[in-house]
Design a binder for this molecule. Structure first.
Ligand code: GLA
Length: 386
């Protein structure tokens, strides 16, 4: 078992990864490396605008068991697939040659090599408790766990604070998803019991205590189970609109528009849709800063309205929510949640609700009832209230 912090793994999912390794390769792994899923408390679609985000790590984790193998060969097994993925230097030399879930692994090998590292050949087995396609960063968790394994197995010099950019490069340039830096930073840099206040321009972080138990609160994370609709194209379109707006406004990124200057900035844009996109990003950055201020002062309960305002902004200005998501938020609020919002990239995924600890069950039941009333498939609580 690897002892390298913070990625060393233990527990059930780690045992599954090791068992998968033994079954697939007929020997014990050299170690196991883990990375968690994440939820984002607030700050959506701000990361690629050089802005602020506030994610926290889930207890759900992805674990890879791995061992070196000779030459430049990588073999990857997943508990979700009967067929291993195998690739060599040729396939990792060119983005896009490995597709499907294997691309996240090949992308990490590619990005390491691009950065000049000598990446050891490896056998890998993956097990995960992070649900796929629920917006909880299962892909970033896989990238981070594979990265930790290859760094350790190869004795590579890559400190933790440099890993998010490398994993993001794997996702952007090899897998081809134009995401920001939040997810990879969250799964690599978050600490238990804290939210990660990340400045996505400088990558400076502050670990802010987030002790829900002590405050008598809970966060419910509900998987909307909404089918992802045009996710990739819509995400890329939002990003392109933000970059276009920044260029029209003559700033490096929308982070450079202060909330106090928002009206003036909006007046200089003649497209109503672009104005709404800008308003979301600029006000969302401010909501992150306001949330941080309240958390630093230990006033967790008071962040509720900011969470809900973030949701309204995503729904009306950034237009990335779907009926299942809005239903879950409305039902949670009607049942007494202090605040609720979609978390993650949008068009499905999860809703997060801040609730009094003793209200977690009633709020979850109210969401389930609202779903049943509208004929949606039953939602799933991903994170039970602590
Ligand atoms: C996805 C992306 C992140 C971020 C969020 C939205 O999770 O991977 O980079 O842009 O959407 O906040």
């Amino acid at each position: 078992m690897s002892t390298a912090p913070p990625a060393a793994a233990s527990g059930d999912v780690a045992d599954r990864a090791a068992a998968g390794f033994r079954a697939g390769y007929g020997e014990a792994p050299a170690g196991r490396w883990a990375a968690p899923g994440r939820a984002n408390l607030i700050g959506e679609h701000t990361d690629y605008n050089d802005g602020f985000v506030l994610p926290f790590a889930l207890t759900l984790r992805t674990v890879v068991a791995a061992a070196p193998q000779p030459g430049e060969r990588w073999t990857v097994r997943s508990e979700l697939s009967d067929t291993p993925v195998e690739f060599g230097a040729a396939e990792v030399g060119e983005p896009g040659r490995v597709t499907g879930w294997g691309a996240y692994v090949a992308g990490v090998v590619w990005a390491l090599r691009e950065a000049g590292h000598r990446v050891p050949g490896a056998r890998i087995a993956i097990a995960s408790d992070v649900p796929l396609g629920s917006g909880l960063s299962s892909s970033a968790a896989l990238e981070a766990a594979v990265l930790a394994a290859l760094v350790d197995l190869g004795g590579l010099d890559l400190p933790a604070e440099k890993r998010p950019r490398l994993a993001q490069r794997a996702e952007n340039a090899y897998v081809g998803a134009p995401t920001g830096i939040m997810d990879q930073s969250a799964v690599i840099r978050c600490r238990p019991g804290h939210v990660l206040f990340l400045d996505c321009r400088t990558e400076a972080v502050e670990h802010i205590p987030f002790d829900l138990d002590a405050a008598g609160l809970a966060v419910l994370v509900v998987d909307s189970r909404a089918p992802h609709r045009h996710v990739d194209g819509e995400y890329a379109a939002r990003r392109a609109a933000c970059e276009r707006a920044a260029s029209l406004l003559g700033v490096p990124a929308l982070r450079d528009v202060a909330v106090a200057d928002l009206d003036g900035a909006l007046a200089r844009l003649d497209d109503e849709e672009i104005r709404r996109r800008v308003r979301h990003v600029v006000t969302e950055d401010q909501r992150v800063l306001d949330t941080v201020g309240l958390l630093r002062a230990g006033r967790i309960r008071e962040i509720g309205p900011l969470l809900t305002a973030s949701h309204v902004s995503m729904r009306d200005d950034f237009e990335i929510t779907v009926p299942e998501i809005d239903t879950a938020v409305e039902a949670a609020l009607a049942a007494g949640a202090l605040g609720a919002r979609m978390t993650g990239g949008g068009f499905g995924g999860c809703v997060l609700a801040l609730v009094e600890a003793d209200q977690a069950d009633p709020v979850a039941r109210a969401v389930a009832q609202a779903y049943a009333d509208r004929g949606f498939p039953a939602p799933r609580t991903v994170l039970p209230a602590p």
